[in-house]
Design a protein around this ligand. Sequence first.
Ligand code: IPM
Ligand code: MG
Length: 351
Amino acid sequence: MKKNIVVLAGDGIGPEITGAAVEVLRRVAEKYGHEFAFDYKDMGGCAIDRFGVPLPGETVDACKKADGVLLGAVGGPKWDAQPADNRPEKGLLGIRSALGLYANLRPAVIYPELADASPLKPSVLERGVDVMVVRELIGGIYFGPRAVSEDGQSAYDTEVYSVGEVRRIAKVAFDLAMTRRKKVTSVDKANVLLSSRLWRRTVTEVARDYPEVELNHIYVDNAAMQLVRDPSQFDVLLCPNMFGDILSDEASQITGSIGMLPSSSLGTCKAGLFEPIHGSAPDIAGQDIANPIATVLAAAMMLDNMELHDEARAVEKAVGGVIAAGYRTPDMGAGRRVGCREMGRLIADAI
Ligand code: IPM
Ligand code: MG
């Protein structure tokens, strides 16, 4: 099969980790007889350097036509002085919005071999961690009306959700729950926010179409606490944009290393966007010590989205094998120490 993949390597460790993932994808293509074309485009700080803006039009056009978009990470101190509406992160928010990617899926699973690296006690981890954070990605306070007053003495951002926006993301959560443990926990702050009351009401309505799925509502502050007290109680965690941003970082750390977790963003465009959960880690960029596994697993999610399921499972299996053989980048704790490039090569060789 011929597939056109846009690679947005981005900033910091982005080029290194996407480099490793592309090597793995090339091996998949070879082994399974596919033709993957990789089209590299700029987004984030690198795009500001080249074009003056974080999201050039040609990048958006290429992504819209692609079969999948693989993203590294964006941002870094180099662009701290940029005005708020021209920061690297604006590129990321812009591409999510331009592609209509309203559903962000962030699985947090624990690899037993890496349990040592988790900050939670073994007695808590024993109950298992397999949480799928479903985060609404192109609405809420990230995209609501905002302004700074003329004198610079006040500023506001607005949390806005429509029934339609909540409905479509809730459906994604319930559909996923049907393929998992049939439990949705919806996160809100309905004791304070009107937008959360609408969220809760709408999710409850959608739940009626899924009688087999158990639905619970939880306030976001309680969710943050419950996630570290007993993560095994969660299956699908359905969140508005900002609560999902915060809780997915928390969920990822429970698993030991944020360097392991991929995410996919899906929506109205054929191409989804696939990226690691972690950021651009400018402090370790260019040193060949970053962990490429999250990006490699993101590539596996992209293969799934292209209906290449055997290929996706082969990538996951290769990652599992390399971890079981004891290979570790520095963030993964003690083991056979390898760098980013070597980790990529080991996984590719295991395909
Ligand atoms: C994430 C990141 C982004 C977000 C930033 C970089 C804009 O934290 O993908 O979780 O807040 O969505
Ligand atoms: Mg985040």
